[in-house]
Design a protein around this ligand. Structure first.
Ligand SMILES: [Zn+2]
Length: 378
């Protein structure tokens, strides 16, 4: 992209990577939010930092070029990371021998946030901003957007399309589809008894839930249809001489369609009505829900246009379906066609080995600029 200054981009990336923004780390999240606000202020856009339910650890930054309540395009990134305070000091931003950017959150998703800024800055300077936009950056994405979900759903209602700047894949793929997912907690109350003297009087919560673990995998671990469950934690039990009267486990369920998600949700919430041992009591609690991000016809139009852009720029565009969620899941739900993975490319997110491929930055910028130009070509 003409006039793109990679060194300036890297300097800004370094600044934000070197500020910790792990879970609910108020000082860092606000520092990064202020950093972006100031940069966008300097470009003359309207900026705001909001705090949902007064939670000052999860600032939500919006930037727009209109006072209308409607946006041609919504551009999304998140400022938070999964890394604890101190991580940035331990392994500050650097570029390694292979030309990979390193440092906490460099690819997920700070590189994407900085990319949005340069995209809009350069398009503004070139007089190419002939559309209305809203940039939205949250700081609780890694916490399943507990505080920002409502903001995103509201913005999705007001927006015609959305690009999310979560990382592009190492092989340069974008993301057009994300599975939906629910999390559950299943609790079981059994009856305690002496396991030697009167085991028949006991009702084992461990046995009951073990049977359910097996049953749930049989029913819902169906790789062919893209449905999977994971029982990540199983707790409970008692002293070895006692029949255990309590156990619990958590379920993470992923599905390709909202219909399938709803169907299985009904079944899982119905577990308490069908215990193997009628003497136990089971509770089934839905902890969190993320709908599917499913491309519709309008999304395919955008994808098609992007594929043409890729061909013309000699950067072939591939789309990918992933089981991992993002804020795109909430946004696409509101009939807002959404393409994700528009950020720079990289891999190994959520680990200390995460990396950002430096030479993907300008290519991503070019693709996104050209995509916007063609969408809004008069
Ligand atoms: Zn992310």
């Amino acid at each position: 992209m003409k006039n793109f200054d990679l060194q300036a981009y890297l300097k800004d990336l370094e600044t934000v990577v070197n500020i910790d923004t792990g879970h609910y780390f108020e000082v860092g999240t606000n520092e990064v939010a202020e950093f972006f606000k100031k940069k966008y202020d300097e470009l003359g856009f309207r900026t705001e930092i909001k705090y949902y339910q007064n939670n000052h650890a999860t600032p939500f930054v919006t930037v727009t070029n209109t006072d209308c309540d409607h946006y041609d395009v919504l551009l999304v990134g998140h400022m938070d990371t999964v890394f604890a305070p101190g991580s940035a000091k331990e392994r500050p931003f650097r570029i390694d021998e292979q030309g990979h950017g390193r440092g906490p959150g460099c690819i997920d998703c700070k590189g994407g946030c900085v990319l949005i800024y340069y995209l809009l800055k350069l398009m503004k300077e070139a007089g190419e901003l002939n559309f209305t936009f809203c940039v939205a950056m949250n700081s609780d994405e890694e916490l399943k957007s507990t505080y920002s979900r409502d903001y995103f759903e509201e913005l999705a209602e007001k927006s015609d399309r959305c690009f999310l700047f979560e990382p592009g894949r190492a092989n340069r793929e974008f993301v057009s589809q994300r599975k939906g997912g629910n999390n559950y907690l299943i609790k079981c109350h059994g009856i305690a008894a002496h396991s030697g003297v009167c085991p028949e009087k006991g009702a084992s919560a461990v046995l009951e839930l073990s049977r359910w673990v097996d049953e749930l995998y049989k029913r819902y671990f169906l790789l062919d249809e893209g449905t999977t469950i994971n029982i990540g934690r199983f707790d409970g039990g008692a002293d070895n001489g006692s029949v255990p009267d309590y156990a619990e486990f958590t379920i993470s369920l992923r599905c390709m369609t909202n219909e399938r998600l709803a169907e299985i949700n009904k079944d899982i919430l119905d577990i308490p009505n069908h215990p193997y041992d009628s003497r136990v009591t089971i509770e089934s609690i839905l902890l969190a829900n993320r709908p599917c991000m499913t491309p519709d016809e309008k999304t395919f139009e955008i994808i098609h246009l992007m594929e043409n852009v890729g061909r013309d720029l000699n950067a072939p565009i591939e789309m990918l379906c992933t089981g991992g969620g993002s804020d795109g899941n909430f946004i696409a739900l509101h009939d807002c066609p959404t393409v994700d993975g528009c950020g720079p490319c990289g891999s190994l997110l959520h680990t200390v080995d995460e990396y950002l491929i430096i030479d993907s930055i300008e290519q991503r910028l070019d693709i996104m600029r050209e995509t916007l130009l063609r969408i809004f070509a008069k």
